[in-house]
Ligand binder design. Sequence first.
Ligand SMILES: [Zn+2]
Length: 104
Amino acid sequence: MPDLLAAHRHTTNNRAEVEASALCGCCYCMQTFPPSEIVAFTGLDMDNLDDPDAADAETALCPRCGSESVIGDRSGYKINAQFLGNMNEAWFQRTIIHKPRPKP
Ligand SMILES: [Zn+2]
């Protein structure tokens, strides 16, 4: 699924792209919404505190569920239920893509 892998890159550091889009969607809750509904962006998180580039990165947060899984149609992908469903399946329902979490 190289398409979905490529599409996933558009869900991070995507503020400019999202704001230039007419329609955005969330791969986690599979809702669609205009970019004007997005009120929060994030850069740093616990995984990249030491990365100087991360402070400038701005990743859209889903206005419906708060997930960092927003993609805009400016990415070149058609934002619809089918696409979001495919993304959701690939990223949230298949463990083969996720690295196993280290045991505490
Ligand atoms: Zn969502």
